[in-house]
Design a protein around this ligand. Structure first.
Ligand SMILES: O=C(O)CCC(=O)C(=O)O
Length: 281
């Protein structure tokens, strides 16, 4: 069950989310949540909860450490997913009374990390279809353009496009035949001066969060700060019109490797794998 949010989410914010495919919500996560998230994230760097990948660690001070599905191995991360304001924020933005937890990811860029986050949108990586899938990307440290803040292409969730899902680190046989045929995602940083596109990014304080639609194109640059680590926890939820498509890539939430447990075109309603988080109003 999720309780009330510290601050109400106004209709204007919801309309902004629907128009741009992304919105920044401020101050919904208190210090208790963010300090626990930060500590758990930093612990994952040396003692991983589940899958950990490291990029950009060969020269200089930088290191890009990611984690996926930490909550399946560590109850503290599951607590963030089910009991923090994130699920409630996602439900409100999607105008839903109920969401299910999909999965969690951690993105840590140490000061001096050169690795960008390549332009992409999320849905082509995932075995879902639908609009009602939202990611809540929580700043556990201050975030700015200098420290690799995310940049979004406003309105790109309405383009009806699916770009090829390229993993940050090559993974053998990652893409299905279906997605190999998708076009490559353009290098949108070359279009920053192109008036045809509107780019959105935010200076964020600890506890601010971005909520994005699964087809909103986003990416980020390097962390050029000499001292500020950038830690973000991304929690994803679905509900409403979200249905099982079948794997597009090797991405799989633990427990869904045998995808025949779900019917294509229907919502996957396994409460153990995708726990329900109910909004109380
Ligand atoms: O934090 C990052 O660098 C990437 C985050 C991202 O792509 C996401 O949460 O969907």
């Amino acid at each position: 069950m999720i309780g009330n949010l510290p601050k109400p989410i106004t209709k204007e914010r919801i309309v902004e989310y629907e128009k741009n495919g992304v919105v920044c919500v401020r101050g919904q996560f208190n210090r208790d949540w963010t300090s626990r998230m930060l500590a758990a994230g930093v612990r994952h760097m040396d003692t991983p909860s589940g899958n950990r990948r490291v990029q950009d660690d060969d020269q200089g001070s930088g290191r890009f450490v990611t984690g996926t599905h930490m909550s399946r191995y560590n109850e503290e991360f599951m607590d963030f997913a089910l009991n923090s304001p994130a699920a409630h924020i996602a439900a409100k933005m999607m105008r839903l009374d109920q969401v299910r937890f999909f999965y969690d990811q951690l993105f840590i860029k140490e000061p001096g990390t050169q690795a960008p986050t390549a332009w992409h949108h999320d849905l082509p990586f995932w075995p879902f279809d639908g609009n009602h899938i939202a990611s809540v990307w929580i700043a556990c440290t201050p975030v700015s353009t200098e420290t690799s803040g995310l940049v979004y292409v406003a309105g790109s969730h309405k383009w009806k496009k699916m770009y090829r899902p390229v993993p940050a680190v090559p993974i053998e046989d990652f893409m299905s035949e279906e997605v190999k045929k998708f076009e490559e995602c353009p290098m949108f940083h070359k279009e920053f001066n192109n008036p045809e596109y509107k780019f959105l990014s935010w200076e964020m304080e600890v506890g601010d969060a971005l909520v994005h639609h699964p087809l909103t194109v986003h990416g980020s640059g390097k962390n050029s700060s000499g001292s500020q680590r950038r830690v973000a926890l991304s929690l994803r939820y679905f509900g409403g019109d979200a249905v099982w498509h079948g794997p597009r890539t090797r991405f799989a939430v633990p427990g869904t490797e045998d995808e025949s447990i779900f019917e294509r075109g229907k919502m996957p309603i396994n409460d153990e794998i995708f726990p329900i988080v109910t909004e109380t109003h």
